[in-house]
Design a binder for this molecule. Structure first.
Ligand code: GLU
Length: 324
């Protein structure tokens, strides 16, 4: 009963060996390499151009960081927005989770944490006597102004740069972090300064000052735009781009996630961060500026900065300027 089975097995083995030895006639000695890796959902490629894209005329607003003076005594002031937030029982904060160290989902705690989250918690502390009364809503960078205009959120605390153009649509608190746009690339890359980005592929997020400045300074850079800065980290790690360009505060967080990356080149421009607030909610602007004054003064700002951004200069809080 066993013999026929052995015979069948031997025949099969002989055929297999013969098959292996035979080289397929169309084999040319090289194996296919799949160079086109999939891009993140929502990625858009914008080819470089010979001229910077046309821009509407620069908005003028004097010093864009000049905000509204805090109340001398907020209990005596007329504060309809602040009262409504207190009546609701929580502060609604817009941010996204793609900014390690600024606002990111910590897998060990399951919580969204970071420098920006802690700043929002300090506002909650002054509103409710409790830093935990915040509701976080995810807002993409290009939707920040609209989220405030549509009252989807009370404040945007999300590495948002104060600009005259944005001030046409929304209000900002006083400056709470002094960042600079720079370049992140892989160690040993030939990119050392902004001029080296010409003809290279650079990752940015739409609706940001980073994308706009890059297009103005290096129109020849080929842009890959992706929804979040964490998507930029992935495409750089997969070598689908040569560099990322945005604020040092964001790049510091990406560098902390990958030891093979380096921030290079000089500052490409100033990025003063402010908390975004709807135009009509002036009382909330003054209230938030009161919180920022307190945390500059009582050491809380320095504590939060040391916890999240010890690698980032300056280590002292930016002084406030006011326009009234
Ligand atoms: N801070 C810049 C901006 O507000 C760029 C980074 C970002 O916030 O996404 O556009």
């Amino acid at each position: 009963m066993k013999r026929p089975r052995i015979a069948v097995a031997l025949t099969a083995l002989t055929l297999l060996i013969a098959g292996c030895a035979e080289v397929s006639p169309d084999y040319n000695g090289s194996n296919p390499t799949y160079v086109q890796k999939p891009l993140p959902a929502g990625a858009t490629e914008i080819p470089g151009r010979s001229e910077p894209p046309p821009q509407p005329p620069e908005k003028e607003c004097g010093d864009p960081t000049a905000s509204l003076r805090p109340f001398a005594d907020s209990t005596a002031a007329n504060t309809p927005t602040v009262d409504a937030i207190r009546a609701r029982g929580r502060l609604i904060v817009g941010l996204d989770t793609g900014r390690n160290l600024m606002s990111f989902l910590d897998p060990t705690t399951g919580e969204i944490e970071g420098f920006d989250v802690d700043i929002a918690r300090e506002i909650s502390r002054d509103l409710f006597g409790d830093p935990g009364r915040i509701e976080l809503r995810i807002v993409m960078a290009e939707d920040r102004e609209q989220a405030l205009e549509n009252s989807m959120v009370d404040v945007v605390v999300n590495t948002m740069t104060i600009t005259c153009e944005r001030r046409e649509q929304i209000e900002f608190s006083s400056e709470y972090l002094h960042a600079h746009q720079r370049i992140l690339t892989v160690r040993g890359s030939p990119i050392h300064s902004v001029g080296d980005l010409d003809g290279k592929r650079v990752c940015v997020v739409p609706g940001t000052t980073s994308m706009k400045r890059l297009q103005q300074l290096v129109p020849g850079a080929n842009i890959l735009s992706v929804p979040m800065w964490s998507d930029c980290l992935v495409v750089l790690q997969q070598r689908q781009v040569d560099a990322i360009s945005t604020d040092d505060a964001i790049l510091a967080g990406l560098t902390a996630q990958d030891p093979y990356l380096d921030i290079v080149g000089d500052s490409m421009g100033l990025e003063p961060y402010g908390i975004g607030i709807a135009q009509e909610n002036k009382d909330l602007v003054r209230f938030v500026n009161g919180t920022l004054e307190r945390i500059r003064r009582d050491g809380t700002w320095a504590k939060i900065h040391t916890q999240w951004l010890p690698m980032l200069e300056p280590t002292t809080p930016p002084p406030a300027t006011y326009r009234d």
